[in-house]
Design a protein around this ligand. Structure first.
Ligand SMILES: Cc1cc2nc3c(=O)[nH]c(=O)nc-3n(C[C@H](O)[C@H](O)[C@H](O)COP(=O)(O)OP(=O)(O)OC[C@H]3O[C@@H](n4cnc5c(N)ncnc54)[C@H](O)[C@@H]3O)c2cc1C
Length: 357
């Protein structure tokens, strides 16, 4: 079976590594950039460590040398100044070095990597299976009629003097962008610097920095779209089976816009689906495991309630862990709006737990 993967970002590389474990597959990966200039797309580089372990279980690739900074979890800043902590080990990566190492590892596993090879259309690809991993502006997605929504995001690389134990998220109506109430700002620590960004524009990022009096040297600025709310993940074109993954599929977590965790999970679903050769199996696995963007579209309002609810949540968590305590449960019970919110959230807890951030 001949498999062609278009795109050598995390989605293409991790899919190649998963598929390389199948017997009898000839795998080629085409990446339009070439070494030594090959770089990762713009990213805050945050990931949970259990997903990095899952990547190693699925592919044998050890990401540990590419961890820039290990963190204890997530710190969520609520309006009003209070915060809550989610203790779940995480990390920021040196993403370009991580991707370069995965490409070399894939080569050693028998994947043929074609650098400086831009694919301009699906018709030129002679294969049994084509994997579209060509990022937010995917040509392969267009060829099978899939759609995504684009969310703008901007980021500064900064030198700051602040603790580095958590990935910090700031949720606040001031940072919502456009008509959707779904924005946030982040400060993710790296070894020697911080990735500081917002879903939105540079204007909103500067507003965030001045509102929280965050000062430091800016060493890099960048902006890029994130593809969310994908509608199609597979199709068939002239007897070629086509799969989409990563931003090409719009398979990002629509609550956090994190793309790396869904890639690690879905690359293994893709390997299983290719092995079974069963129509619709990939989509079924995505939906069964709650990576379906339609699910996230339905529950995203839970992550971005009005400021009054966020403030109340901050008061209840009161700079403590998000793990429930009796005192916390009592305060929620006596708050008229909050038990409705928490009740709705509870119904979604199981799938939310499965889909790590
Ligand atoms: C500001 C910002 C911060 C983010 N922070 C995080 C975060 O902290 N954690 C997280 O999990 N996610 C984060 N994301 C999302 C994450 O970066 C993406 O979801 C992820 O990069 C998607 O990987 P991908 O391989 O699908 O696409 P990409 O990383 O875009 O890779 C696509 C690859 O395909 C190649 N390519 C494109 N077209 C062609 C073609 N025609 N022929 C050949 N090659 C082609 C490109 O050169 C590229 O190498 C962030 C995104 C942004 C914009």
């Amino acid at each position: 079976m001949k498999i062609i993967i278009v795109g050598g970002g995390p989605a293409g590389l991790i899919t190649a590594l998963c598929l390389a474990r199948m017997h009898g597959a000839e795998i080629c990966l085409h990446e339009k950039q070439g070494p030594p200039a090959y770089t990762s797309s713009l990213c805050a580089e945050g990931i949970s460590r259990d997903m990095l372990q899952r990547l190693e279980r699925h592919t044998g690739f050890d990401s540990t040398p590419f961890i820039s900074r290990a963190v204890c979890g997530i710190q969520v800043h609520f309006p009003g100044g209070k915060c809550g902590y989610l203790h779940q080990p995480g990390a920021t990566l040196e993403r370009t070095a991580w991707q370069q190492a995965m490409a070399e590892f894939a080569g050693r596993r028998g994947v043929e990597v074609f650098w400086e090879s831009r694919v301009s259309g699906i018709d030129e690809l002679d294969a049994d299976v084509v994997v579209g991993a060509d990022g937010p502006a995917s040509r392969i997605r267009t060829a099978i009629g899939g759609t995504v929504d684009m969310v703008p995001a901007v980021q500064y690389r900064m030198n700051l003097d602040r603790p580095r134990e958590f990935l910090e998220f700031f949720i606040d109506e001031r940072f919502y962008h456009g008509k959707h109430n779904d924005g946030y700002a982040w400060i993710f620590p790296k070894k020697d610097s911080f990735n500081v960004g917002v879903k939105g524009s540079f204007e909103q990022l500067d507003l965030f920095l001045s509102a929280f009096d965050i000062r430091g040297e800016i060493t890099h600025r960048g902006g890029a779209p994130i593809a969310v709310h994908g509608t199609r993940f597979e199709g068939t074109l002239d007897r070629r089976k086509v799969f989409l993954i990563g931003d090409a599929a719009g398979l990002t977590n629509a609550a956090t816009c994190g793309g790396l965790n869904p890639i690690i999970a879905c690359a293994d679903f893709l390997r299983q689906a290719v092995g079974w050769q069963e129509e619709g199996a990939y989509t079924r696995l995505i939906k069964t495991h709650h990576y379906d963007p339609a699910y996230w579209k339905a529950v995203r309002h839970l992550f971005y309630p009005p400021d009054a609810t966020l403030r109340a949540l901050g008061e209840i968590l009161n700079n403590g862990p998000v793990n429930p305590t009796p005192a916390m449960a009592a305060r929620v019970t006596f708050h008229p709006g909050l038990w409705v919110y928490c009740g709705r959230l509870l119904r979604h807890l199981k799938p939310l737990k499965q889909v790590a951030w």
